[in-house]
Design a protein. Structure first.
Length: 209
């Protein structure tokens, strides 16, 4: 049974409970998988009744889709809007923010990959609202750099941006999802340095040519 909450604090209380349910669901889904998890498991993890869960969500499917839509946004760093920083500095910040986010929300990444075929609509929404949005912003930045003559001409800035994000995703795939950090560990900063170096070598104009 929910505690008595004053009207002025009701919205805050409801939001906190909403977040608690999502946090617990992530842990339960990671431990049991989507198919094996139940609403009772999630309620038990929060320390509330099953009935209370239904005050916030219709079923575990809605809980799962809410996790995808509310917790899977990859932040676009404000540094992208600044013109006074060298491209390598901007790229390092993007890479650091991206990998930091992915590592923090690794359980969601695992859930999303495992259940994407069951929830194609939600998977599409996650792509559109996170990876795609980040790629478009980075592509716009690279196109501006290209027009300014700072980097070579790009046939497809979006494809170039996607290649950068893809190199970062490979670190998550190998180090976190395929247990590479136990087999052959590579530090995050080491990977970022190498990705940025390789990426820029393909973009920077050689003044000697």
């Amino acid at each position: 049974m929910s505690p008595i909450v004053s009207a002025s604090h009701r919205e805050e209380y409801l939001r906190e409970r909403h977040e608690q349910i999502l946090d617990a669901a992530i842990q339960v889904f990671e431990r049991k998988g989507f198919a094996g998890a139940t609403v009772e498991d999630i309620a038990s993890a929060v320390g509330i009744s099953k009935g209370t869960i239904y005050l916030y969500f219709k079923n575990k499917e809605q809980i799962f889709t809410t996790i995808l839509t509310e917790r899977s946004f990859i932040p676009v760093p404000s540094e992208l809007d600044r013109d006074d920083q060298p491209l390598d500095v901007i790229l390092r910040k993007i890479a650091g923010n991206f990998l930091g986010y992915m590592e923090t929300y690794l359980p969601i990444i695992k859930i999303g990959l495992a259940e994407a075929s069951r929830f194609p609509k939600e998977a599409r929404q996650v792509y559109q609202e996170s990876v795609l949005k980040g790629n478009l912003v980075l592509a716009d930045l690279l196109e501006k750099q290209s027009r300014a003559g700072a980097i070579r001409s790009l046939e497809d800035p979006f494809l170039t941006a996607s290649a950068f994000i893809g190199m970062l995703m490979f670190h998550i795939l190998t180090q976190e999802l395929l247990d590479g950090k136990e087999i052959k560990p590579i530090e995050r900063e080491e990977w970022i340095n190498e990705v940025v170096r390789i990426f820029l070598e393909g973009l920077v104009i050689d003044a000697n040519k």
